[in-house]
Design a protein around this ligand. Structure first.
Ligand SMILES: *Cc1c(COP(=O)(O)O)cnc(C)c1O
Length: 230
C-alpha cells in the first residue's frame, strides 16, 4: 500500500471508531481533502484513491487544480474570499465554507448562475486571528441572508483553535452543534442548516464525536509536499 492509501485507511478507521463511540452513522460524515498545500499531481492521486471532495483556500490555486483534474470532483472553497474574487470561482465550486460578510453575499447574488451551497463561518473560539462572525451575530446574519436567493445556508463552519487541550476543543465543537441545532430547528427555507463543517487533521476525531458532517482534512490525509511522492 502506498503512504497515501495507508493514510486514508487510518483516517477512515478513526472516523468509523468516532462514529461508533458517539452512536452516529458513518454515512453522515463526509471527508473533504484539503489540497491547498500540495501539487495538482498529489491532488489527483487523492481523487484516484477515492476521495472526490477537494478543498482549496485560494481562488487562483483552485482554478489551476480544477483545470488539471476537472472530472468527477466536488470542489469546496474554504478560504477567506475577497469580493473581487467571487466572480472568478463562484460558478466553479460546489460548496463555500467561508461566508461571513454581507458584501460577499451581495457579490454572490450578482455573479452566481445557480444557488450556491454555503456554510456560514463562525468564530466560536473568539480568536481575533480567525475569520467568521461571532455566535451573537449569527441570527441577524442568517435573517439578512434571506433576500439573497442565490445563497442556500446548508450549515455552519468553524476552525477550532490550534491547541492540544481536547476538552477545550470538544467544548468548541459542542457549542457549534448547539448553534447549528437551534438554526436547523427554525426550518428556514433559505437556511436549512443541516450540516456542520468542523474538524481538521489534529481534531477531526473529536469533531466527528461531537457531530461534524463534513471534516476538512489536510496534512494528515494528503501529506506534506516535502515528503516527496511515493
Ligand atoms: C488548511 C485548512 C484545513 C486543513 O488543515 P490541516 O491541519 O492540514 O488538516 C481545514 N480547514 C481550513 C479552513 C483550512 O484553511
Amino acid at each position: 500500500m502506498s503512504n497515501l492509501t495507508e493514510r486514508i485507511q487510518k483516517i477512515e478507521n478513526e472516523i468509523q471508531r468516532a462514529c461508533e463511540n458517539s452512536g452516529r452513522s458513518r454515512k453522515d460524515v463526509e471527508v473533504v481533502a484539503v489540497t491547498k498545500s500540495v501539487s495538482t499531481v498529489r491532488a489527483n492521486e487523492v481523487k484516484e484513491a477515492g476521495i472526490i471532495q477537494l478543498a482549496e483556500n485560494r481562488a487562483e490555486e483552485l482554478l489551476v487544480k480544477q483545470e488539471a483534474i476537472s472530472e468527477g470532483v466536488e470542489w469546496h472553497f474554504i478560504g477567506n474570499l475577497q469580493s473581487r474574487k467571487v466572480r472568478d470561482i463562484i460558478n466553479e465550486i460546489d460548496f463555500l465554507h467561508s461566508l461571513d460578510r454581507i458584501s460577499i453575499a451581495k457579490e454572490i447574488q450578482k455573479r452566481a448562475k445557480k444557488e450556491i451551497n454555503c456554510f456560514i463561518q463562525v468564530n466560536v473560539s473568539g480568536e481575533s486571528s480567525k475569520s467568521g462572525i461571532t455566535p451573537e451575530e449569527l441570527d441577524t446574519f442568517v435573517s439578512d441572508l434571506k433576500s439573497y436567493d442565490k445563497i442556500k445556508v446548508i450549515g455552519l463552519m468553524t476552525m477550532a483553535p490550534n491547541i492540544e487541550d481536547q476538552e477545550v476543543l470538544r467544548t468548541v465543537f459542542k457549542d457549534m452543534k448547539i448553534l447549528r441545532d437551534r438554526l436547523m430547528a427554525q426550518q428556514l427555507t433559505h437556511a436549512p442548516c443541516t450540516e456542520l463543517s468542523m474538524g481538521m487533521s489534529n481534531d477531526f476525531v473529536i469533531a466527528v464525536e461531537e457531530g461534524a458532517t463534513y471534516v476538512r482534512i489536510g496534512t494528515a490525509l494528503v501529506g506534506a509536499e516535502s515528503e516527496g511522492y511515493e
